[in-house]
Ligand binder design. Sequence first.
Ligand code: DC
Length: 222
Amino acid sequence: MIIAIDGPAASGKSTAAIGVAKCLNITYLDTGAMYRAVTFGLIDNNIEFENSTTIKRYLETIDIKFSESSSGLSLILNNRDITKEIRSTIVTEKVSEVSALESVRKSMVSIQRKMAEIDDCILEGRDIGSVVFPNADFKFFLIADEKARAERRLEDLKAIGEESSVEKVMSDLINRDYKDSTRKHSPLKKPNDAIIIDTSDLGINEVIDKIVNIVNQKRTLQ
Ligand code: DC
């Protein structure tokens, strides 16, 4: 079974997907973290985003893994734990540029399809229901108003010790959503057959319950 959750930045996708994965005892894949990992890797290796040949070569050398730890899911890039680094402002500012590159998308989509082959999976991102798994068993599209999203992202930043303001975070989110929705390859777009959930005024458990109920109802009917 594949459950796809897409939506704009900070719409509550990760928290919802983690909770649903726990409830249904299935695997969770944070595909945004993978694009963030590549962005971190390129910056760390001083590879310019315009240098398509070097980027292609770099993509052939990377090994991305998720590892379950007591503090949650860790992202391991070539044996290095970069869970904290991928949430930094510098990576967040550059990730839309990197995730718009065709070679990066091809490589990540291929890894995501392989990772999801093994188990029942819930994947969250921007193109899961539209491109990665167009035949997913369930497709959800999460939205939330800008203020709710900015406040959530500010909390994420605080957790890694970065200071910011609601205004700055909100303008960064709007900017990133614009880039993610207007890029040439696999732009963020609601699939026609996705169920929309507005999480602005919902608690996390309400979002998780909604998704789990829809999945369980359909599974009981089958
Ligand atoms: O969900 P996130 O904020 O961690 O995602 C980071 C960036 O990665 C997002 O701005 C766009 C990109 N992304 C993507 O292009 N496709 C996905 N499936 C997931 C994320």
